[in-house]
Each structure stands twice: as C-alpha cells, then as structure tokens.
Design a protein around this ligand. Structure first.
Ligand SMILES: [Zn+2]
Length: 304
C-alpha cells in the first residue's frame, strides 16, 4: 500500500469514528413544548436543555444564572418568538450571541384583540407585540414550526442533514395524523356548542383551526390582569350560553377560574388543560403529541 492510500485510509477511519462517537450537539429550547419538538427531530444527535420546564409559565419566567450558562454552552438556541418568552430570556439569548432561531418564523399569526382585556401597557417595560404567540395549539402550522427546528439543527450540525431531514418527514406525518384526529374529535360536537373557558387566552390557533370559541378572563399573556368588567361579562356569558367546558391550566393559579365558575354556577373540569407547558414525567402530557391528545380529548368530553 502506498503512503498516499495509508494516509487516506487513516483519514477516513478518523472521520468515521468521529461521526459515530461525536458528542451530541448542545441545543437549548426556551420551553418544554419546543424542547420536545427539538428532541423528536434531533434524536440521538442532539442533547436538548429546556429553560422553562414542565408546568412552568414562560410568560413570567425569569432567566436564572444556570439558564444563561446553558445558553452560552449551546450551539443553537430555539425560541418560540412572537413575544412569548419573557424579557429576561430574550435578553440572555441576545447577549450570548449564540445562533438562535424563532420556531414560529413564517407562520401566519393571529392578532391580539385587546378590547376585552385590561393591559397595563406602559407599566410592563417591554413589548408583548400585537400578535398571539401560542401557534403550537394548531398541529397544522406545526408542520412549519418543525421544519424551522430542523433547519436550525442543520445549520448547527450540517453533517446531520439527512438524519434530521428524515426525522422531520416522520414527525410531519405524525402531525398530519394528529390534525386529522383532532378534527374528527371536534366534529362530534355541533359548532354552536364548541365553547371552552380557560384561564388565559392560549388556544386561539386551535380555535381557528377547529371552529372552537375560547373564553378567558386573562389575555394572551398571563402577565395581563383580568379586569372586573371582563370577569363579570364572562360570568353572564357562561350562564346564558350554558358553557360546560370550564378548565384551569397547568401553568396557572386556578383560583380565578374557580371563582368565576362558582359565580356562574358551573363545575370546573377535574383535569387541567396543558397550556404553554408539558406535564412532568408520569403525567398525561409528556410530549407535544400527548399534550394535544389530552387537551382535545378533555375539551370534547366536557363540551358534550
Ligand atoms: Zn400563554
């Protein structure tokens, strides 16, 4: 064997062993739902760290020193965008200069209707934007969300292009099945009866997709306060329209919804809806797909 071939062989062996034994790509996802999508597409090639964990509220979450370290150690940081993440996370990502991508990029957004909710506006000190950030509640637009995640992983780890591409296709197929299933579930309830009350306005994308009307005392951010006028109006509406599907959320203090339900004379559903975060291990919403299946099943059951 010539020296040239020996050298070539050595190079190839080295390259092969590197690609098999390479450490997983460090990825940070701002919240648990996005973390699950990143794991679904990244598979064994990535190690995903999540900042805002299960049952936690990303709207009001404050970045901790450990979070800033995770961001700095990452090769790519995935955020939802559209003002979903609190200001401290947005700042930490910006300051780190680590490559980051908003998974909601390119998804048609729903504008926030401010009329029914009191916003303290200038007191917040940061901009919520005028769009609803909860895009993930519609599995159809999650096709694009997942594609954006795959694109970011490929930029961080170009060698994994085919791997991520295949996993994206598989995941998109799962999302299509989820969408079809959810549509079938809601179809079993007459449109006029598809009404759900939740703590904050987190399900508008789902509502638009499947013709479900959502009512909530709080706006699209849990930071906004429910006004007495909004609550009084909702109590009337729940009574008049006989809204049966009244839910508390996993990320929020249940007392506002409980009080509202009591005054309207309706029972709060036992199972919470998983808004903005997955459940901890052992719960019914440990992945995005499980979360959607849980939420849709509970909503449909309660509306009947
Ligand atoms: Zn929310």
């Amino acid at each position: 064997m010539t020296r040239f071939f020996k050298a070539l062989l050595a190079t190839c062996t080295l390259a092969a062993s590197q690609s098999f034994a390479a450490a997983p790509v460090p990825v940070v996802a701002s919240f648990s739902i996005l973390g699950d999508v990143a794991r679904a597409i990244g598979g064994e090639r990535v190690k995903v760290e999540t900042l805002v964990g299960p049952n936690q509220d990303a709207h009001v979450y404050q970045a901790k020193p450990a979070d800033i370290q995770k961001i700095r150690a990452a090769k790519v940081v995935l955020v939802n965008g559209l003002g979903f993440e609190g200001a401290s996370i947005q700042r930490a990502v910006r300051d780190s200069k680590v490559y980051s991508l908003a998974a909601s990029k390119g998804i048609p957004t729903i504008k926030v209707e401010e009329d029914d909710h009191d916003h303290k506006g200038h007191d917040h000190g940061h901009d919520h934007g005028d769009v609803d950030p909860h895009v993930w509640t519609n599995p159809a637009v999650m096709q694009r969300y997942a594609q954006n995640v795959a694109g970011a992983l490929i930029i961080a780890d170009p060698e994994g292009r085919l791997y991520y591409g295949q996993r994206l296709l598989d995941y998109q197929q799962t999302l299509r099945e989820l969408d079809t299933w959810a549509a079938q579930q809601f179809d079993s309830v007459p449109k006029a009866e598809r009404k759900v009350l939740t703590g904050h306005d987190a399900f508008a994308y789902l509502g638009k997709r499947y013709d479900v009307q959502f009512l909530s005392p709080q706006g699209t951010s849990t930071e906004s306060e429910a006004s007495a006028r909004t609550v009084a109006k909702l109590i009337q509406q729940v009574k008049q329209e006989k809204v049966k599907a009244v839910f508390v959320e996993n990320i929020k203090d249940p007392r506002l919804v409980q009080q509202l339900a009591k005054e309207a004379g309706v029972t709060v559903q036992t199972a919470p809806l998983y808004a903005d975060a997955l459940s901890p291990a052992g719960g019914p919403a440990t992945s995005y797909v499980n979360m959607m299946r849980h939420n849709v099943t509970q909503m449909v059951k309660a509306m009947k």
